[in-house]
Design a protein around this ligand. Structure first.
Ligand code: ZN
Length: 531
């Protein structure tokens, strides 16, 4: 704080020493001294690097203007800022003013050429099935929800498959069949030509014009501290599926075939339907996560796949997909999460109209969950982590709201906190659930800490240990809706069993809630530290 003040004072002093009194007048605008041809049109002269008042010459006044800008006395225009940054380091500082003075004094004549203005991205005019392409008509659908989850068209169970991903808003597909709610189907579905099915509530159906085959091409790759963006030009908003490369799925809890013992994936595939050709290369620089991306075309099946390779196997943190303002598809991959800039979303399960499980002593799960979640929040915030909450009081939140919250919160990780219940009074212990394989490492870290915490909670009481025997419920795959998110690692924790009277007593005790919360927070920190 103090050194900043001294720095600002120094800048002021420097400005006043360089400043004759009459220079308090407003700075010359960028075009004031522009020379003109005899017909009045501007002379096409090259701007002088550092010539902030654009009078065609580098003078001490240019250094003064830079210093006044740095000292917040004046604000330079965007055009002036481009020219002012004459050491070309992307920021305006006293160094730029110093450089102008050196050049004026003849000490440094080789100032670089000004940076040319960034090219303006041209907007793509996308084709839609609302105009005639001369190919006839078909029954079509357009995704109207932000995300329309897709499931294999061939299955009729709830084993939502992590090899599928949602279609994003605006996507078009052809409807080949309709499935009505009933039997094994929990809602109405459309079966789509791309081979998936979507809930009818997420799309609108209409008679559309058959679309020409799509072409995809690499447009650009860009990395900053938060994400690596791969931008793709398409002719129309075709459906695509993201599939994470997992080589070690096994059938586990509830006979579900998508468990992973550890996540070792080395790439993720984005398969574009109705797209028999794709071209162009991505030049990926400065990404902490992505090493390269390659097209694999399958013209027989009219698909093209963009295979995106990870820098390190098992080090992947989610993506989001959206159409840019220029109508291009952006696949935005999270960079490696770091503790110094950590953002965590916590979801206290149930609440409001939905009490969740009811403990043997009558306590609502929703209330236990919120108490533990608040302690996790306090713990993480004490360690400098930014925490977001899907609910902070006893309000009702739908699963859709919670799922979309985690999708849109921009968080590094999402943790839903629940307490369990069984029809039997016997089960006890803790479980951690994941959906996508890349969430498994987070589930494992949190679960390890919770098991240790329970052992500690029951320590010194052999009767209770023998009676309750806190079991390792384990780390499991299960398609809970709130953790079916592609955007970040997402897990659901069952802290313990409210249906077991001993454990219910513990779960309702403030000191135990704190211990469990500290364990969850420690697990989250362990996850960050392992990346
Ligand atoms: Zn619950």
């Amino acid at each position: 704080m103090k050194s900043k003040l001294i720095k600002v004072l120094c800048i002021f002093l420097a400005v006043f020493m360089l400043l004759p009194l009459q220079a308090f007048a407003a700075p010359a605008s960028a075009n004031q001294n522009e020379s003109t041809n005899t017909d009045g049109t501007p002379v096409d002269s090259k701007p002088v690097w550092g010539d902030v008042n654009c009078d065609g010459q580098l003078k001490i006044v240019d250094a003064k203007l830079i210093l006044k800008h740095v000292a917040n006395i004046i604000v330079l225009t965007d055009d002036q800022l481009k020219i002012a940054d004459n050491n070309n380091d992307g920021k305006i500082s006293t160094v730029d003013a110093k450089r102008v003075l050196k050049v004026v004094a003849g000490l440094d004549a080789d100032a670089p050429d000004p940076v040319p203005p960034a090219p303006v991205e041209e907007k793509v005019n996308l084709l839609t099935p609302y105009t005639d392409h001369g190919l006839g008509t078909k029954q079509m659908c357009e995704v109207t929800a932000d995300f329309a989850e897709t499931v294999p068209s061939s299955t009729d169970n709830d084993k939502n498959n992590p090899n599928y991903s949602p279609e994003i808003k605006g996507t078009f597909d052809y409807i080949v069949n309709t499935i009505k709610k009933g039997g094994n189907y929990d809602q109405d579905y459309y079966v789509l030509a791309s081979g998936t099915k979507v809930a009818t509530k997420n799309v609108k159906s209409f008679k559309g014009y058959t679309m020409p085959q799509n072409k995809a091409s690499a447009y650009k790759a860009q990395s900053d501290n938060n994400a690596t963006d791969l931008t793709i030009t398409v002719d129309w908003k075709v459906p695509f599926i993201a599939k994470l490369n997992i080589d070690n799925f096994f059938t586990g809890y509830e006979n579900r075939p998508f468990n992973v013992s550890s996540f070792k994936g080395s790439y993720i595939d984005f398969k574009f339907f109705f797209t028999p050709s794709a071209s162009g290369e991505f030049e990926i620089k400065n990404s902490t996560v992505i090493s390269k991306a390659q097209w694999i075309t399958d013209s027989d099946n009219s698909t093209s796949t963009l295979r995106v390779y990870f820098k390190n196997s098992g080090k992947y943190y989610g993506y989001k997909a959206y159409y840019s303002e220029y109508n291009r598809l952006v696949l935005s991959f999270n960079e490696k999460p770091t503790l110094s800039s950590a953002v965590v979303t916590l979801d206290a399960g149930h609440g409001g109209n939905d009490p969740g499980a009811i403990g043997t002593n009558g306590t609502y799960e929703s209330s236990v969950n919120l108490k533990i979640t608040n302690y996790v929040k306090a713990n993480l915030e004490n360690r400098g982590v930014t925490v977001k909450m899907t609910r902070t009081d006893n309000s009702t939140k739908s699963l859709d709201e919670r799922q979309n919250f985690s999708r849109k919160s921009g968080s590094d990780i999402f943790v839903a906190i629940h307490s369990n219940s069984s029809t039997s009074s016997k089960p006890s212990g803790t479980e951690a659930y994941y959906y996508y394989g890349f969430s498994q490492p987070l589930a494992k870290k949190v679960h390890d800490r919770l098991v240790t915490a329970w052992k500690d909670i029951y320590s010194g009481n052999s009767t209770m240990i023998n009676k309750v025997n806190p079991s390792d419920g384990g780390v499991r795959f299960k398609p809970f809706q709130v953790i079916r998110v592609e955007e970040c690692p997402a897990v659901l924790i069952e802290c313990g069993y409210l249906s077991n009277s001993t454990e219910c007593g513990k779960l309702c005790t403030d000191s135990v809630q704190k211990k469990l919360a500290n364990a969850i927070a420690d697990g989250i920190i362990d996850y960050y530290n392992a990346q």
